[in-house]
Ligand binder design. Structure first.
Ligand code: PAF
Length: 290
């Protein structure tokens, strides 16, 4: 695996690969890698001739009171894992390389960035869109891989790619979970033993939502009420939001119909965790993605 810290060097290597006809698969990460990230890397390796991963904790997507400074950083372990997975290039720039002094150009995807995470983390998706756009320009991927746990992020990036005519295919991959259902996340590192047990409430409440819909419940109000109650009953949990929205527009819907997303964000101790249930409707009925 070859590692770069300078954008110009990474870009020169990528342009060389592209002009040599190689397909490039890209997995952007903030490091502290887990099986979720590695599942993206494996998919990228299957579908492309060259795989590039970035490790960059992006200050622009953290609010002033958020965990930017405390976010887990394990560069040596990350590099070892990526090497073992057969990644060809690692791009791990220092902050000044991505945001030199007096940096002032940002990408904003307006409507779909506003609700849900956007309401609780103002400016978050502006930071995400900006860094992803920069990474795409540097790495020049044919395909880029994202996990569906960050469902709103996937919607924001897909829209940016479409509306800015970026020549990259966005591949959204399934959520990877612990055996008890907790979605893998670098922020799970913050949980102590009791909190780790409490964190199961996210998956449990989404399973309950699936069960309700399977039994014929379609009303948003009833589904949200049930999830709220389950979360309120867990003493270590504090709900930021739960919603039932259209999976592409993220606009609230009154009933489950068509492509519907049920995202939630819950504080467990000092970890803010997100998860979601995606429901798709086809000729053969409803499909559930947890
Ligand atoms: O999902 C993440 O880890 C980050 O938001 C991303 C896409 C790497 C941008 O910093």
């Amino acid at each position: 695996m070859k590692a770069f810290t300078r954008a110009a060097e990474m870009q020169t290597a990528s342009l060389g690969l592209r002009s040599g006809g190689k397909s490039i698969g890209f997995v952007p990460t903030m490091g502290a890698l887990h099986e979720g990230h590695l599942s993206l890397v494996r998919r990228a390796r299957q579908e492309n001739e060259v795989t590039v991963t970035s490790v960059f904790v992006n200050p622009a997507q953290f609010g002033p009171t958020e965990d930017y400074r405390k976010y887990p950083r394990e560069p040596a372990r990350d590099a070892q894992l990526l090497e073992r997975e057969g990644v060809d290039f690692l791009f791990a720039p220092p902050v000044e390389e991505m945001y030199p002094p007096n940096f002032q150009t940002y990408a904003t995807v307006e409507k779909v960035s506003a609700p849900l995470e956007g309401q609780f983390r103002p400016g978050h998706f502006r930071g995400v869109a900006t860094v992803v756009l920069k990474l795409f320009n540097i790495i020049q991927p044919h395909r880029a891989y994202f996990g569906r746990k960050d469902a709103q992020q996937c919607v924001v990036i897909r829209r940016m790619v479409r509306e800015l005519n970026l020549p990259v295919e966005i591949v959204v991959c399934p959520i990877v979970r612990e055996p008890d259902g907790l979605a893998l996340s670098s922020r799970n590192y913050y949980l102590n033993g009791e909190e780790r047990r409490a964190a199961r409430v996210l998956y449990r409440s989404l399973c309950r939502a699936r069960e309700l819909v399977e039994k014929g419940e379609r009303r948003t109000e009833a589904i949200v009420r049930e999830i709220r109650q389950l979360i309120e009953r867990e003493p270590h949990a504090r709900l930021d939001y739960v919603a039932v929205v259209h999976a592409d527009t993220l606009e609230p819907v009154g009933r489950v119909a068509g492509a519907t997303l049920i995202p939630l964000a819950v504080w467990i101790g000092r970890a803010r965790l997100i998860d979601n249930l995606l429901i798709e409707e086809s000729g053969s009925g409803l499909g559930f993605h947890l």
